[in-house]
Write a protein that binds this ligand. Structure first.
Ligand code: PA5
Length: 446
């Protein structure tokens, strides 16, 4: 089995009856997703996506990635939320968070348009000086402020550097197939465009052009990524049994824990390369479930780093948390602790031991300590870190998220709460049409 879920460390907290009671709801949620008769059913394209995707466009993504690799030193993916996190998670997980510092034959990959920071844009502009640059602006709506501003900045930079004609060859756009200003603008300007499918929301779009183009530029094998997701889909959508189907089991366990009052789920990884994977997961679950006054709060940690900060809370703080650990069984990077004659630090008992072994023991010790402290642990393992397994894992969390959202009783595929800040920001910035709100908000800020 590609992915294993161990429930031994959560079982002490979940009775057989609780699991049996929720199983019917979980199976109904799975059925509803597949029958497309639940809430948000016009956003379920991600379920069959690993098999049912535009093969012609997929080939075009690979071709564009080759063109980008051959024509630039720096590639900037411009997007926010679901239009950025998946790509960054995969690149850092499979390559490295230090990807840009590695010796490699692919361009450095940067992510922009995911904040409103002048400093961060200025620094990236400075890095581009004297370098060849390509950009990929990614926005389903085509109207999101953060990437739109960054696109203006980098488009201006490219046009100054290469002229309008030259810049056209270096600008790639991923957006809606027909709607939105970005699509219209790109067609007029003659940029190569890729599609965010109608039925796939941002946070479920990592396996569309949204994620795949930046991922392919980094040298990751996107065929294998899709193969992994496809095999996960074949398993998780067909097995209607909570004990047999680990994806359903995960959805069931986290909902049982939530009903017990454990309202914060912490995703735990023991490798820094998974930090952005944690961020992708947090968006997936936070934006899908946090609505109507409900939902588990998705938090994340990288251990052992955070054992020296949040570890205290998890061990000993308010008993409202549980952990879901993602672990890669066989690490590809190894390093043994050196032997030291003087042994001043007393570490010779570890000399020759691979750090991965020590990291595993840290994990085992932490699991036992945390369950003793009252924090249940769900353990999810993949054998190796590779494209296939990561594709499988991405799909595991996506399908479990859809199921979980339905069990929770929300529409997991909308994000109405994201609009509130935008309206206030536009009003305060003086966007035409927001005059009344501006006055009212300014009054409140006095
Ligand atoms: O998951 C989502 O739908 C959001 O996080 C969006 O991806 C994010 O707001 C960016 O939107 P857009 O791609 O329209 O610029």
């Amino acid at each position: 089995m590609t992915l294993k879920l161990t429930d031994a460390y959560v079982k002490p907290f979940v009775s057989d009856k609780e699991l049996a009671d929720i199983s019917g709801e979980v199976l109904a949620a799975q059925k509803s997703l597949l029958a497309k008769d639940g809430e948000g059913n016009d956003f379920l394209g991600w379920i069959t996506l690993p098999d049912d995707y535009d093969k012609e466009e997929f080939a075009r993504i690979k071709k564009a990635a080759e063109k980008i690799k051959n024509s630039c030193d720096i590639f900037i993916a411009i997007g926010i939320g679901g239009s950025y996190l998946g790509a960054r998670a995969v690149v850092e997980f499979l390559k490295s968070p230090l990807y840009n510092s590695l010796k490699k034959d692919t361009p450095d990959v940067y992510f922009s348009g995911c904040n409103i920071s002048a400093q961060s844009l200025n620094e990236l502009l400075a890095l581009c000086e004297g370098k060849d640059v390509c950009i990929n602006v990614i926005s389903k709506s085509g109207t999101t402020t953060e990437p739109a501003v960054a696109f203006r900045v980098f488009r201006e930079m490219l046009e100054k550097k290469y002229g309008k004609e030259g810049a056209r060859e270096r600008i790639f756009v991923t957006t809606d197939k027909a709607k939105g200003t970005l699509k219209k603008f790109s067609d007029e300007a003659g940029y190569e465009t890729f599609v965010v499918p109608d039925a796939v929301g941002g946070r479920f779009s990592v396996l569309t052009a949204v994620g795949l183009l930046p991922i392919a530029v980094s040298g990751v094998d996107i065929d294998m990524l899709m193969n992994g997701a496809s095999d996960a889909a074949a398993r998780y959508t067909t097995i209607a049994d909570v004990e047999e189907n680990e994806c359903l089991k995960y959805a069931a366990l986290r909902n049982v824990l939530y009903r017990q009052g454990k309202a914060t789920e912490i995703l735990v990884n023991y490798e820094p390369y998974a930090a952005m994977f944690n961020e992708w997961w947090k968006q997936l679950y936070g934006e899908s479930e946090g609505k109507d006054g409900k939902g588990l709060f998705p938090a994340s940690v990288i251990f052992s780093t955070d054992l020296h900060s949040l570890g205290q809370f998890i061990q000993d703080g308010s008993r409202s948390v549980f952990e879901t650990i993602v672990s890669v069984k066989n690490a590809d990077s190894k390093l043994a602790v050196p032997y030291d004659d003087a042994n001043v630090d007393g570490l010779n008992f570890l000399a020759g031991t691979d750090l991965n072994e020590i990291n595993k023991v840290a994990m085992q010790g932490t699991i036992l300590a945390h369950i003793d402290g009252g924090a249940p642990n769900i353990l999810i393992e993949i054998e190796e870190k590779n494209e296939y397994n990561l594709g499988y894992l991405l799909y595991f969390f996506e399908f479990a998220c859809g199921v979980s959202g339905y069990v929770l009783g929300v529409n997991p595929f909308n994000q109405p709460g994201v609009e509130a800040y935008k309206k206030n920001m536009f009003a305060l910035l003086g966007k035409p049409g927001y005059e009344e709100q501006k006055k009212a908000l300014e009054e409140r800020l006095k």
